[in-house]
Design a binder for this molecule. Structure first.
Ligand code: PHE
Length: 345
């Protein structure tokens, strides 16, 4: 193509480059114009027919045209790239408002649900809800609770010791939180603590080396009686089992940190194989331990002079199993999705 024609066509070429919408077309046009056998490249071959000033001006004009075409192509390429990115961004955004199909969201484990319910019951009754460490010293787990070094109660707890020398262990009950609470806050105090406890028991349908306890403590300078304990436990059990009334009885028992100590039972009956908690029940169900705070415990917490209090400690898993008809404690710690979905919330 003659130079004159090339110059005439330049505007048209630049305009059509600016209208190209695909990388493929852009590459094709680039090849047609400035590729190896492109129009402009071929025109350069005519240079050899010129000489002197003519050759110089021909070369300059051709170079100028080539660079205008190159500029147009690279600008258009950039535009296409930007467009591609913005399209990608638009098409690949996640629409989080879309409904999700066939999805299971998981839920709160029945133990978590129960812990929250119990907590709310006691918060509404003006109790503090406190936590204590699961790794304890033998002072808080035993000594302060009036369980001296060679007391048989220490053996019966089958403690997991972490380091015998340092006397650290996994707490065997939540009663340690009684001590921590009274040492830190003194009395009067009304508190509960729900948490994990550990005993070296073989895992079977009714035992687990890790389980939860609900600990309660009410202590004051004013007289507190077994009557107060009984009334508080009845309220809690009626709330927990969602029944009008619960008939309970105390059986003498021994805990070194209580005097007197007792086991708490409640009346129940069985109907169609189902357990029903009712004051009319003909059988007794064992629920947990309780008692009046032993004077030595007050002393060990630095509380001198007269003090009164009651405490109780119930196994959470046992209560949850009784309420929900669960017969194997291992279910609570398994990962069977159908089970978890059934009891989850
Ligand atoms: N800590 C006792 C246990 O684990 C339960 C208990 C708590 C008994 C408070 C009396 C008072 O068996």
């Amino acid at each position: 193509m003659a130079l004159i024609e090339i110059e005439k066509n330049l505007d048209h070429w630049v305009k059509s480059i600016m209208g190209i919408t695909s990388f493929q077309d852009l590459e094709k046009t680039k090849a047609e114009l400035i590729g190896k056998s492109g129009v402009i490249t071929s025109a350069f071959r005519l240079l050899k027919d010129f000489s002197g000033d003519e050759k110089k001006s021909f070369g300059e004009r051709l170079n100028n045209i080539k660079s205008q075409i190159e500029t147009a192509i690279s600008l258009q390429k950039k535009k296409l790239e930007e467009y591609e990115i913005s399209e990608k961004l638009r098409n690949e955004t996640l629409d989080i408002t879309l409904p999700v199909e066939n999805s299971s969201f998981g839920g709160l484990h029945i133990l978590t649900q129960s812990i929250r319910r119990i907590r709310n019951h006691y918060l509404a009754r003006g109790f503090l809800v406190l936590d204590g460490p699961e790794v304890e010293t033998d002072f808080f787990n035993f000594d302060a609770l009036n369980i001296p070094e060679h007391h048989p109660a220490r053996q019966s707890h089958d403690t997991f010791y972490l380091e015998r020398f340092n006397k650290t262990l996994l707490r065997t009950h939540t009663s340690c939180v009684q001590i921590r609470t009274m040492k830190e806050r003194g009395i009067p105090v009304r508190m509960i603590s729900i948490g994990k406890t550990y005993r070296n028991d073989q895992l079977d349908a009714t035992h687990s080396p890790m389980f939860h306890q609900i600990e309660g403590l009410v202590a004051d300078r004013k007289p507190i009686t077994i009557g107060h304990l009984k009334s508080e436990l009845k309220k809690f059990l009626a709330f927990f089992f969602e029944v009008e009334d619960v008939a309970i009885r105390f059986r003498p028992s021994f805990f070194p940190f209580t005097e007197p100590g007792m086991e708490v039972d409640c009346r129940y009956t069985k109907k169609d194989g189902k357990l029903i908690i009712t004051p009319e029940g003909d059988k007794w169900l064992e629920l947990g331990g309780a008692g009046m705070v032993h004077p030595n415990v007050f002393k060990n917490c630095g509380i001198e002079n007269e003090a009164f209090g009651f405490a109780f400690g119930f196994g959470l898993e046992r209560l949850v199993m009784l309420k929900n008809g669960i017969t194997d404690i291992r279910n609570l710690f398994d990962t069977d999705r159908r089970w978890l979905e059934y009891y989850g919330q």
